[in-house]
Design a protein around this ligand. Structure first.
Ligand SMILES: [Zn+2]
Length: 139
């Protein structure tokens, strides 16, 4: 039940102080909590924009994300059949042989590793994997 606090205390839900006279939820044998108190929300993600997103189309897929150069794979016209976000998107791309690659030391792009290898072998680009496992591509 909701009563006026008779004593100052610490709310066990949010760990903040309860002032005398404020509304508290109380039942016998339980510590009083702020009336309607709920745990503070975990810090919201920095933005509602996912850091990685893959839209799967009928004949291809489209990679977008925070700080990532968008990449089209195949024909991306038509309807989105499925959208994968963050971890799910990452697993999908790894499965497809893609890795996050640093291009010209300035931008990131998900690239097909086999494609990088063949382009590097053909002399179209320079590619190397650094000690942390990140592939760098220089055009
Ligand atoms: Zn509280």
């Amino acid at each position: 039940m909701v009563i006026k606090a008779k004593f100052a205390s610490i709310c066990p839900v949010c760990s903040k102080g309860i002032e005398v006279g404020s509304n508290v939820e109380w039942s016998k044998g339980q510590k009083a909590t702020h009336a309607g108190c709920s745990k503070p929300q975990k810090k919201a993600t920095k933005s509602s924009t996912p850091s990685l997103r893959v839209d799967i189309m009928e004949k291809g897929f489209h990679i977008t994300g925070y700080n990532i150069t968008p990449v089209m794979n195949g024909n991306i016209t038509g309807f989105i059949q499925k959208t994968l976000i963050n971890d799910e998107a990452k697993s999908f791309l790894l499965e497809k042989g893609y890795e996050l690659v640093k291009i010209d030391s300035v931008r990131f792009e998900w690239c097909n590793v086999d494609r990088i290898k063949s382009d590097a072998e053909a002399g179209k680009i320079k590619a190397k994997r650094d000690s942390k496992g990140l592939i760098h591509v220089y055009n």
